[in-house]
Design a protein around this ligand. Structure first.
Ligand code: COA
Length: 425
């Protein structure tokens, strides 16, 4: 029987040869976010002329989504499971599709052949001495895509951190392409005065020994700035970034009181700077698991004192939260928001927090509204929402009547819009 080293060598090919496996009409799933296999995607686009109707599925892309450009209309069609800056225009102009789904359910779409995967293009760390490779910064749905696909092609990148947690063996991959490129970095967000105030309010809701889920962006980072005086915090989240590393180094995050995975950071993907990626490399305290584990209500809901911090675009006076659409325009997606709002509700001592600046468009509109904008949608239902936070304070909606909700929400709206909101109720 061949050794794993022989198997690996036998499967190493150039990118052009590997991508020959993609046929017209195939569904191709790309590894997620900072784990996207850049070289393989570039080669796929280079082979556009021989392909028609290839469906390209992924969530966040940190690259240019070249295949969504008008000149590739016949060759490729993107099916977005999350909408980000580089796919937004294509989705909203009709050149790409958007499929609503909770992040926790995406692996199941692949595993149960609801979205059968023809080819998975992924990126992995080099094999260890046993022939296992790590998914590095992105396990999320990438693992299930690789394990469900008829054909899996993996970039092997020595710059991909070797993370602990879920892994894949060389025998499970069909072709390897050796590459050497940096993992894309997300610059640290600049935190405005408004976000600082929001961060301080949220921090006041976080007790010592809480376990945190953090969304993406300036608000989670602003919260982290105010946690320096807390003790023994933990992380069970979908993703985390550099701010968490800083709090670990300050001794604030110990994960000691996480009752289901003590001593461990639990996450499904990482996005940040090289500092984060260096921290993640070969770090046994970081448990990188697939998203149907991290975001699963039956797992995250058992984490005690789980505080979920997420953001929104608009909240109406009944407490309905829209986090993904600006009017009829798909701006973002549900991602893991509802997974974690529900998990925090189920958690003993848990709190679900939705936080956002009270105004948008340079202060010209209120993000607390009587009725959600026409054409938009409810992301988190009014039955699930607990705390809503703006720079003007905290509205605690759990167990509150519609009348009480409206009063509390008007109380944290921007003062310039409070009278109008009152007159609309
Ligand atoms: N109407 C019109 N424009 C609005 C608006 C509204 N109601 N609300 C916000 N905007 C504008 C803002 O002014 C801003 O524009 P600008 O950059 O030109 O100033 C832009 O939309 C983005 O708003 P911002 O508050 O900066 O958004 P964000 O980057 O903090 O992201 C969400 C907020 C809600 C889109 C983001 O958290 C998200 O995608 N959430 C859903 C997924 C999720 O929660 N995942 C959680 C696990 S990671």
């Amino acid at each position: 029987m061949a050794t794993w080293q022989e198997t690996f060598r036998g499967k190493c090919v150039g990118a052009a040869q590997a991508l020959a496996a993609v046929r017209s009409g195939d569904r191709v799933v790309l590894g997620h976010a900072a784990g996207e296999p850049k070289v393989l995607v570039e080669e796929l686009v280079r082979q556009a002329d021989r392909l028609t109707g290839v469906e390209i599925v992924h969530m966040v892309s940190l690259y240019a989504c070249e295949y969504t450009k008008p000149q590739y209309r016949q060759n490729f069609r993107h099916n977005a499971l999350f909408v980000g800056p580089t796919s937004r225009e294509a989705v909203n102009s009709g050149r790409a599709d958007y499929t609503p789904c909770y992040f926790s359910e995406i692996p199941r779409l692949f595993r149960d052949n609801i979205l059968p995967v023809d080819v998975a293009l992924i990126q992995l760390s080099p094999p260890d001495s046993h022939g296992f490779m790590s998914f590095g910064v992105s396990v999320d749905y990438t693992q299930q895509a690789a394990q469900s696909a008829k054909f899996t092609i993996a970039e092997i990148n020595p710059q991909m951190p070797r993370t602990h947690g879920n892994c894949i063996h060389v025998s499970e991959v069909d072709a390897f392409v050796e590459v050497d490129h940096p993992i894309p970095e997300i610059p640290l967000p600049t935190i405005s005065e408004v976000e600082e105030k929001i961060g301080a309010h949220i921090a006041s809701l976080i007790p010592d020994r809480a376990t945190l889920q953090l969304g993406i962006g300036a608000i989670p980072d602003a919260v982290l700035k105010f946690l320096g005086g807390k003790q023994d915090l933990g992380i069970h989240t979908e993703m985390f970034s550099d701010g968490v590393v800083e709090l670990f180094e300050q001794g604030v995050i110990t994960n000691r009181y996480n009752n289901i995975n003590p001593g461990k950071f639990t996450a499904t993907f990482l996005m940040g700077t090289q500092r984060l990626y260096d921290f993640a490399h070969d770090n046994p305290s970081i448990d990188m698991r697939s998203v149907d584990y991290t975001n699963n209500l039956l797992v995250a809901g058992r984490v005690e004192n789980l505080v979920a911090i997420n953001s929104a675009l608009e909240v109406d006076l009944r407490g309905q939260v829209c986090s993904e659409m600006i009017g009829p325009r798909q701006f973002s997606a549900v991602g893991g928001q509802v997974d974690f709002v529900r998990a925090a509700s189920a958690s003993n001592g848990g709190k679900a927090i939705i936080a956002f600046p009270s105004t948008g468009k340079n202060g010209t509109i209120s993000r607390i509204v009587n009725v959600l904008s026409e054409g938009s949608c409810v992301t988190t239902s009014r039955n699930d929402v607990h705390y809503v936070v703006t720079e003007f304070g905290i509205a605690d909606l759990r167990g509150k009547s519609l009348r009480q909700r409206a009063e509390s929400l008007i109380g944290i709206a921007h003062p310039d819009f409070r009278n109008t909101l009152r007159s609309q109720t």
